[in-house]
Design a protein around this ligand. Sequence first.
Ligand code: TXA
Ligand code: MG
Length: 323
Amino acid sequence: MPVTPATPQTIERAAGLLRGGGVVAFPTETVYGLGAHAFDAKAVSRIFEIKRRPSFDPVIVHVADEAMLARVVREISQRARTLIERFWPGPLTLVFKRSDAVPLLVTAGLETVAVRMPSHPVALALLRASGVPLAAPSANAFGGLSPTRADRVAQAFGEQIDLIIDGGATPLGIESTILRLEPIPALLRPGALTVEEIEAAIGPIERNVSDESGPASPGRLPRHYAPRTPLRIVGPENVPLEERSHAGFLGMSRAPGGYAAARLLSPAGDLREAAAGLFEALHELDDLGLERIDAEPPPPRGLGLAIADRLLRASRNRTGYCQ
Ligand code: TXA
Ligand code: MG
């Protein structure tokens, strides 16, 4: 098995593999990433192959410090500097103009590149040891649930990856927030950093970017982050008892009667705890082979926005309609 605990020796070995064009899965504070040398188009093409990811879906580039950022982007605006100072390292991805060093495969042909500086000590140590920026999408098959544990990565890809660094469960459990800064700041994907925190730093941001420009952020494709089991968002009080016996329930703090299985994200009603456990709870319910998952809508504030976004995308069938 390529799953190896995150010792200094493992990180050195992983860095060598990455410099040589290998593909390595590693933990970040949000979810596990599937990484490759960002300036090596051939290595990055292996990520697309392994994930079965369509080539129109650009990948996030991870950097260890501002010197590495300078190799990836053409310019850094004042607003970007404010956000970097306030929130990096951390779960905020910013969109910049790409430098010539970044292959168009990474950006799916766009002249922009999405970049973040992760705060997870293993991710940072790996970036430093590699000495190169790492292109890394979440380590799941395209459209599936993101992994928050190394064994989920192994389950999905096994021997196809050169090495999986096991750094335990990822603390935040939900992907980074993606923000575009030009022409005005706009939220491309709600995530682990809340809109409220961003707005406290730079003022109001556009929250409803239209999808008409195509998949500018394909995490926003209608169906994404989805379990195999059909999922619907519904208050349990609206589900008759006889519809519960073959279904699973996913909620915050109280389990209604009659369901075949239930997962509660935070008995204390804490949204951080709920976000951290969301994907693993969905994985577990999915593995039970139930007819359906009923997910209770989260409160519409703070991290509830990111949780609601993931549930909504998971609830859509392949034609894009809710099921
Ligand atoms: O927390 C995270 O962001 C995790 C960890 C591993 O860092 N990564 C992650 O990557 O979620 P991925 O590939 O699953 O999602 C990246 C999202 C996609 O929706 C993609 O469309 C968007 O970032 N993206 C990448 N480059 C972009 C760009 N130039 N402009 C707009 N969106 C972009
Ligand atoms: Mg993803």
